[in-house]
Design a protein around this ligand. Sequence first.
Ligand code: ZN
Length: 66
Amino acid sequence: MTAIVDCPVCSRKTEFSPANRWRPFCSERCKLIDLGQWATGGYVIPGDPPDPEQPSDAPPGTPPRS
Ligand SMILES: [Zn+2]
């Protein structure tokens, strides 16, 4: 009983089994292509992340105005 899946890169039918070391990809080539896409196209943070230590407009110790 072997599951057949589409390769995420080239959509070719490929075995999803321990015998296929590149699963869910059909080959090492497709796995490397996918990893390359992640490295270049994913997790790109535009600009600087917000600084959690950024001081607010009210200095510490100031009683809240109501
Ligand atoms: Zn493939």
